[in-house]
Unconditional design. Sequence first.
Length: 90
Amino acid sequence: MKRLLTVLLCITLAVAPVACGQDKGKTTQAQSKSTQAQKKAPAKSQKKAPTVAQRKQQDRMGECNKQANLKNMKGEDRKKFMNTCLGGRA
């Protein structure tokens, strides 16, 4: 009985990858359309330049970060400071 179970287990493990890979070559229309769209899309290496608002926020973040570093702030105090600084209330 143990041999039979062992043989069945081995057969199941041997056949499982084959059964799972049967539909590997088949593509649906949705998959082929998304693949075509990805080919037409620009490469990820061609990133857009940040907008004026994004650049302004980045500059503000850098300034607040410098101020927090000069004050040697860490932990909860730094979080509170950064929150008020980025909110423009500092």
